[in-house]
Design a protein around this ligand. Sequence first.
Ligand code: ADP
Ligand code: MG
Length: 730
Amino acid sequence: MSLRTDAVNHVSYGTISSPDIKGAKITGVFGESVFTLKTAREYLSDEAYKSLAASVRGGKKIERTVASQIASGMRAWAESKGVTHYTHWFQPLTGSTAEKHDSFFTLKSDGTAIEEFEGAALIQQEPDASSFPNGGLRATFEARGYSAWDPSSPPFIIEIGNGKTLCIPTIFISYTGESLDYKAPLMKAVESLNKAAVTVCNYFDKNVTKVTPTLGWEQEYFVIDEALVNARPDLVQCGRTVFGFTPAKGQQLEDHYFGSIPERVYAFMRDFENESYKLGIPLRTRHNEVAPAQFECAPIFEEVNIAVDHNILLMDVMSRVAKRHRLVVLLHEKPFAGINGSGKHNNWSLATDTGVNLLAPGKTPKTNLMFLTFFVNTIKAVHDYADILRASIASASNDFRLGANEAPPAIISVFIGDYLTKVLNDVETRVGTKFDEQDEAILKIDLHRSIPELMIDNTDRNRTSPFAFTGNKFEFRAVGSTANCALPMTILNTIVADTLNKFSEEVEALIAKGDKKEIAIMQVIQKYIVASKKILFEGDGYSEAWHKEAEKRGLPNLKTTPVALDAMVTEKAKKLFKDNNIYTHAELEARHEIELEKYIKKVQIEARVMGDLATNHIIPAAIKYQNELLKNVSLLREAALPEKLYKGQLTLLKDVSTHIQQVYENVHAMVEERKVANNLTDSREKAIAYEAKVKAQYFDKIRYHVDKLEQLVDDELWTLPKYRELLFLR
Ligand code: ADP
Ligand code: MG
C-alpha cells in the first residue's frame, strides 16, 4: 500500500469532542491564565501593585526591590495554578517565538531545595541565544543578547499536556541596546506615534494626553487532516504544496464561503478558542473562507502591543490544539496553487485616552476636522513611504500572494470609498484659493451621517486593495498570514508618526505667520491631499489595467522580496527610522541582512524538497506506469494487433516519457543553478539569484510537468495525496 492510500485510509473522520467551557460562558474562563492587573491586585502588596500598574499604564520604570515583590506574587499565583517553570517569552527575528524554561525549583547554598523566583530573574535574562538571527549585530557590538521584561504585556500560563509554564513577555536586545526582536522597535514606534499624535490632537482637544494605535487582526488559515499532511513531505517541510494538480472542483462554486463549518473543524475551533480565552485573547468571529478547507478567525481589537502578542500566541495555540484533533493548521500564504491564499488583515486605528477613535468621523465640525486630519495624514504617510510599507510585508511565502496574480497586488494603494473620495476632491478643488473665514463652510462637511452607509456599501468591494479605509479604521490587507504583525505595525506607526510630526511643523509655521489655527490645518490638509493623490485607487487592484495605470502614476510594483527589501536601507529609510528613534542604521542593515537570509533559506529548502519529491516520488511512480504501458504495448504487438487499436497507449507512453524526461532535466538544471547561487557571497545578490535563477526559472516549469504526470499516471501508483483529498477529506 502506498503512503498515500494508507493516509487516505487513516483520515480521522470521527470528531473529537472539545472540552466544554465552564458554565458555557466565555466570561467564565476569559483571562484565567493571565496575570492581569486585577489578579495582581490580589497577589501583590499595595506598593508592588501601584508600581506595576504605573508601569503598565504609563510606562514607568519598576524599581528592582519592587520587582522582587512582584516576582514572588507572580510565582504564588502561578503555583496556585500548578505552574512549575517560568520562561522569558520573546519574538526573535525568526518569526516565531522563543522560550527557555527554568524551574522555580532551586537549591540553597546549604543544599535545601526551595521554590523561588527573584526580581532579577523577572526583569532580565541572558538566554543562550547565540543561534538567533542577528544579522551580524551581536558580532559587531557585543556577543550577548538579553531578554528584558516588558510589563506592558501581561504574563500568562501556557499549558502543554500536563505541564504548565509561566511566560513573561520580554523584548530581546543586545548588551549595547540594539534590538534583536520584533517587539522592541514596535514599542518605540508606539511611543513616537503617541508623541506625534498627541501634539496634533491638542489642536482640537487639550484633554488628550495619550494616543495608542489599535490593532484588530483577521487570521486566515487552512485545516487539513494530519494523516494526509504527513504523507506530503512538502507540506511538512515548507508548509505549502510544491506540486499538485488543481482538482475539477476547486473553489469555483464558492460554496464553502460562509457555508456551515464542518463538524470536525468546528470541534477544533471551539477547542482552540477555549484555550485562547483562557489566555485573554478576545476572539470574536469565526467563519469559512473562500477556498475549500480555509477558515478565518478574528478578535476584538486591542492596543497594538497586546494584539501582536495575542496573534503570535494564537498561531501557536492553534497549531498545538490541532494536533489533538489529528488536524494540521497551515498558516502559509499560499499552501495550494490555483486556490485562494491566506492573509492576515491588520485593522488599524488610533485611540485617545479620552475614548475617541481618531479615524471615526465625528459628530461636530471640529471633530470632523480632527478625523480629516488623521485620515489625510495616514494617506500621506502611505503615499510617501509606500516602498517601506511594502518592504514590511515582504517574505518568501507572501511573494506567492503579492507578486503572483492574486489580490492584493504588490502595488501599495489606498482605497477610501466614493464618499470620502468626493470629500477629498471638494477640498482639493480649492487649491490655490487661500482659505479665509468664509471657507470655514468646508469644515462643516457632514461626514458622520454618510459614513455608516459607506461602510455597508464598500467594505466588501475592496477585497483587492492592499490598504482600505473601512469606515472607522484602515485595513492593511497585504500582510501575510504567517507574518508577525509587529513588523508591519512598527512601520505603519512610524510613517504615520513621521507624517504627523511634519504636519504639525507646517501648521505651526502657518500659525506663526498669522493664520487662524483651523485655517492653517485646512491648508496643510489640502496640500497633503494634492501631494498624495496618486496613491488613491478605487478600482480592481487585481486587474491588468491597474498594473499599467500604477506604472503610469509612478507607483512602485515590487513583486519579489529581495528587491522589495531594498526600501529598508535607502537614505530615506535611514533618515525616517533615525528621526523617529526606531532603528539605528546598524539595526536596519542587520535586519535587511536577516530578511535576505530568511528568504534565501526558504527558497533553498523549497528547491530541495522539490528535487526530493521529483526524484523519489514522482519519477519512480511515473516510471512504473511507463513500464506498464511498455509491457502492454509489446504484448499488443506480439498479439499482432493493428497499431491503430493502441494508438492511445502509444501517445500516453510518449507523453509520460516526455514529462519524465522534462522533470529529470529541469531538476538537474535547477540543482546546478543552486550551486551557482550558493557561491555568491553578497546576500542580496544571492537572494536575487535564488529568486530569478532558481525559483522563477524552474519552480513553475518543474511543477507543470509533474502536474501533467499526476493527470496521466495510474491513480493507484501516485504516492502523494492529491488536492481533492487534501482539500475535501475531513
Ligand atoms: P469587517 O472588516 O468584516 O467589516 P469588523 O468591522 O467587525 O469587520 O472588523 C474587523 C476587524 O477590525 C475586527 O478584528 C475588529 O476588532 C477590528 N476593528 C474594529 N474597530 C477597530 C479599531 N478601531 N481599531 C483596530 N481594529 C478595529
Ligand atoms: Mg475585514
